[in-house]
Design a protein around this ligand. Sequence first.
Ligand code: FAD
Length: 429
Amino acid sequence: MENTDVIIIGAGATGLMAAYTLGKAGKKVIVLEARNRAGGRIHTIDDASFINHAELGAEFVHGNLPVTLKLLKEAGITYASAHGEMWHYDKGEFDKEFQQVEGWDMLMRKLNELQQDTSIGVFLEQQFAGEKYRHLKESVRKYVSGYDTADPFMASALALRKEWQNEDEDAQYRIHGGYGRMINYLANESQVNGAQLFLNTTVKEIYWENRHVEVIAADGVSYRAQKVIIALPLGVLQANGAVNFSPSVPLYQEAIRQMGFGSIIKVLLEFKNAFWEDEEAAKLAGSSLKEMGFLLSDEEIPTWWTQFPEHSTLLTGWLGGPPAAEKKDTSDEEILRQGLQSLANIFKRNMEDLKTDLTAWKVVNWTADPFTRGSYAYDTVAAPEARKILTNPVNHTIYFAGEYLYEGPAMGTVEAALTSGMEVARELL
Ligand SMILES: Cc1cc2nc3c(=O)[nH]c(=O)nc-3n(C[C@H](O)[C@H](O)[C@H](O)COP(=O)(O)OP(=O)(O)OC[C@H]3O[C@@H](n4cnc5c(N)ncnc54)[C@H](O)[C@@H]3O)c2cc1C
């Protein structure tokens, strides 16, 4: 039996930021983590025998985000712009000057007039009825599904309006050495300040009363503290029976159910050569693709990106939203085949040749992962009210934290997780 001031469940960016903040303030902390590593949805791999360097989860810093950039500076970790050309491929045509959603200005005008929230799917049906807007509606739905990894018929139109008004496409960075360095920094600093991190410890039960908790792990070991921070992914909290509270906290459980959690599959393919940079690809596109950052398409695995400005032989595929949820139980081999077929269609190559040229591959199906069960949060119409409930601790004893509880423009990001972790620690202090 371990005793401490605060137990934190989950060693992702949220949990570690909370541990780091509490440790600095002199609190005794135990962090319980189900996996054999810290980081959660941050998972940088550095393995010369496999893909030399890759992010299996979070990869970009989406803007000039204050908490993330301050932490990187403090840790002495540098970062660089990840800006590259954005290409589009559709029915045999490559296009660099395309507009992701034709009619964007009209869409934003209508959205700016919206008073009463509804889902973006319903909003589109109401405001853009009829066949002449079919393309607009489809492209907005694809964008919401691909980028926000959300179900358009669940995602709040007002929340998306706020996100789209704040978008700064130029500010996009990659961290030198990957997000994993930031996780190592937080874990090391927390441990220097006395935090204990227990890996391979899956929490199953949380017994609680006023200012006392007992947390039981799957191996039967129990941990006691005055308070507990639940820094678990929303997907895990939404799954029946993954973690049980005793006595139950029905108001909080209902709030958890009302929030939105998306789906994602990331496909990493490393080839012998960066074929998208060769002459054949340039001929197809009508100009060189050597500076291509992103490539968007309507293929089964629709979105791809390179490591530009670094020239590498790694291509990353991305499938988000309901189509990713539908493939939750599809085998990695089949998703690999669909990824290769998508690239073969776009670059007019033979799929078997592309397969032969693969040097390493990895399908990361985060939706099927029992310790994540999805991608990241998005706002439903009910989310603001639910968030109010969840950010109010249960009897000064149970504190919820996570990217899904962040209120600000960088929804669903590492910034959101760090901010929530920092805020929950301050609240608890
Ligand atoms: C594929 C993908 C790409 C992304 N890309 C970006 C990006 O480019 N930029 C960006 O800013 N954000 C990105 N994100 C979002 C970002 O990764 C998350 O918002 C952030 O990392 C969430 O941190 P967290 O600590 O709240 O949750 P998590 O990182 O999920 O941490 C929760 C922890 O709880 C653990 N856990 C689960 N169940 C139990 C249990 N029963 N007992 C104990 N521990 C448990 C998990 O193993 C995990 O370590 C991406 C996410 C995904 C999935």
